[in-house]
Design a protein around this ligand. Structure first.
Ligand code: INS
Length: 275
């Protein structure tokens, strides 16, 4: 299976419990990592010369190919954790956005769009060709004022071109003109709390596994990507349970270096209810 992930790889400066860590990030990074466990992955991104080569080598070590379009700057975020789950984001620099002619025309099995700073034009969704198009709305609704990240209202009609859409519960409130029934799958997560999932007009509540996570960065990105893969392989409820189990396995270790079978063992403990 061949997957394309589009979005800025980021330079993340994570401040948590008084400690500062700098590392690679971006929805595209975490989603690619998750997909690399199952598929051949290509990432289309824009970064500047300042982006550490070791971070790209890490992607390569997972067998992930990169298509890098040079940009003057890289996208850099400071993620200040106020507690275990809540964080304040500050955009410190931004790579150039993608232009429509940079969006590959080639057909993939899955194309996952995971922008972090409005870098993907919404009409790119009309151009991509894949059996399954998955989108995280995070980078379509961010608004930047002196670097401080807020949320803006968007017209969500363009999302109807996707098969699977993921949003955080706060983000989803800012999406107008989009009904869950307009989409094949809509996943609305709420950190470690229960989330809501819609599949072909049916509504479900799912309960993420309770785990001892050191840090939640990338959780939504891993959840969306693993769901996008499992949804091609098995029925909706099973895919939702597996994606939860896979995300929990990632969060417990903060790496994807674990046997898939070990993660799948947890699937039976994930509760999904139809409402
Ligand atoms: C993180 C992560 C998040 C995204 C942040 C990014 O690395 O991927 O999903 O919201 O902007 O810096």
């Amino acid at each position: 299976m061949r997957c394309l992930v589009i979005g800025h790889l980021t330079h993340d400066i994570i401040v948590k419990d008084g400690r500062k860590t700098e590392r690679i990030g971006g929805g595209a990074y975490y989603s690619s990592l998750a997909l690399s466990k199952f598929c051949e992955v290509v990432v289309l991104t824009k970064i500047g010369k300042d982006f550490p080569i070791e971070w790209l080598e890490e992607l390569e070590s997972y067998g992930i190919s990169t298509i890098i379009i040079p940009s003057e700057k890289s996208t850099t975020y400071e993620l200040l954790y106020l507690d275990e789950e809540n964080r304040q984001l500050k955009l410190l620099s931004k790579a150039d956005p993608f232009t429509l002619d940079e969006i590959p025309q080639e057909k993939f099995d899955i194309i996952l769009l995971n922008p972090v700073a409005n870098e993907i034009p919404p009409n790119a969704l009309e151009l991509v060709k894949a059996k399954e198009v998955a989108v995280d709305i995070q980078g379509f609704i961010r608004d930047f004022k002196n670097g401080r990240v807020g949320l803006k209202e968007i017209n969500g009609e363009f999302l109807k071109n996707a098969h699977v859409v993921h949003a955080d519960v706060n983000e989803f409130q800012h999406v107008k003109n989009l009904n869950p029934d307009d989409l094949e799958v809509l996943l609305v997560s709420n950190g470690s709390e229960s989330g809501v999932a819609y599949h072909k007009g049916e509504k479900y509540i799912y309960y993420p596994l309770k785990i001892d996570a050191k840090e939640p960065t990338g959780a939504g990105d891993v959840f969306l990507a693993s769901f996008a893969y499992f949804y091609r392989e098995c029925p909706f409820i099973q895919a939702l349970k597996r994606a939860n189990a896979f995300t929990a396995a990632f969060l417990e270790r903060r790496t994807i270096d674990f046997p898939i079978a070990e993660a799948m063992e947890k699937t039976k403990f994930v509760k999904v209810e139809k409402v």
